[in-house]
Write a protein that binds this ligand. Structure first.
Ligand code: NAD
Length: 280
């Protein structure tokens, strides 16, 4: 068994972005810019936003952070997105989810121009991904692909099983693996015979959000196991995979923390850089 070191791979990606950001600034006279919009006071969201802002700073990306109160009106939020959409200094726009209940996620996200959709959540970008065209892709599944690539895992011809079908992880994950020529099975809460399907996987990706969900009996000897889950238990962060019993069976496995997590922010920086370079 070998660990996939997400921290080290994310650091590589961030330093590549830093070089590109410096070249962008030399060519255009300004830094690439990312606007982050946080509405409400969800504590986890505040931490994520702070991490993203710090990572931008370190990579030479200018960040514009907007913290709006919980009771922000829809028109006000839309007006802000409209201004950011028109700004030549802003190359990427990220609206931190989840939104307060009175705001409609789909409606607000639809105000972000496709060219600035660095989270890859727009219908247009998801449609392009589904068609196998160039697209901005959701950062977490994109990060998983980068982990596989930099660990020498080529999905082509392999059976990849994705557990989870959310729009931000499971579905784009399955499409990325399909586009990389894997044979893909997507499992979810209504799947029957989950363990037997998982045992067929050469690459098993879990994005469920339940601690110790993936157990050793669900994993084929030599499989690559990617744990996307982030679960807080007894003050500790754990993934979906019962790491202690699964790791000895896996050829490669991501730890939690230090696996997929650090890649999400690294890929956000890379998506922002891609968006900025398209403006050159
Ligand atoms: P979600 O709740 O939207 O989706 C969970 C998925 O798990 C659903 O599609 C559901 O069908 C499936 N599921 C639930 N119970 C199941 C069962 N018993 N059997 C099979 N499938 C089952 O969650 P999400 O937003 O996709 O996130 C999934 C996990 O990944 C969470 O732990 C989240 O915190 C984590 N996450 C991590 C990162 C990161 O940066 N590493 C980013 C996003 C999400």
């Amino acid at each position: 068994m070998k660990l996939i070191d997400g921290k080290a791979i994310a650091a590589e990606v961030r330093s590549e972005v830093k070089l590109r950001a410096a070249a962008f600034e030399a060519a255009s006279g300004k830094k690439p810019g990312l606007a982050v919009v946080l509405i409400g006071s969800d504590p986890a969201s505040s931490v994520y936003v702070r991490n993203k802002i710090n990572a931008c700073e370190e990579a030479g990306i200018r960040s514009f952070c907007y913290r709006l109160p919980e009771d922000t009106a829809e028109e006000e939020a839309e007006e802000l997105i409209g201004r950011l959409a028109a700004s030549a200094d802003v190359h990427g726009i990220l609206v931190q989810l989840p939104l307060p209940a009175h705001l409609k996620e789909e409606k607000l996200l639809a105000k972000i121009p496709v060219s600035k959709d660095v989270d890859g959540f727009s219908a247009e970008n998801i449609g392009r991904l589904a068609r196998g065209e160039r697209a901005a892709v959701a950062c977490t599944p994109l990060g998983v692909m980068e982990l596989l690539k930099r660990s020498g895992v080529d999905p082509s011809g392999k059976h990849a099983v994705v557990i989870g079908r959310s729009n931000i992880v499971g579905k784009p994950m399955a499409l990325l693996l399909l586009n990389a020529d894997a044979t893909v099975t997507v499992c979810h809460s209504r799947t029957r015979g989950l363990a037997a399907i998982c045992r067929e996987a050469d690459i098993l990706v879990s994005a469920v959000g339940k601690p110790a969900f993936v157990t050793a009996d669900m994993v084929k000897e030599g499989a690559v196991v990617i744990d996307v889950g982030i679960n807080r238990t007894e003050g500790k962060i754990v993934g979906d995979v019962a790491f202690g019993e699964v790791a000895p069976k896996a050829s490669l496995i991501t730890p939690v923390p230090g696996g997929v997590g650090p890649m999400t922010v690294a890929m956000l920086l890379r998506n922002t850089m891609d968006a900025a370079e398209r403006c050159l």
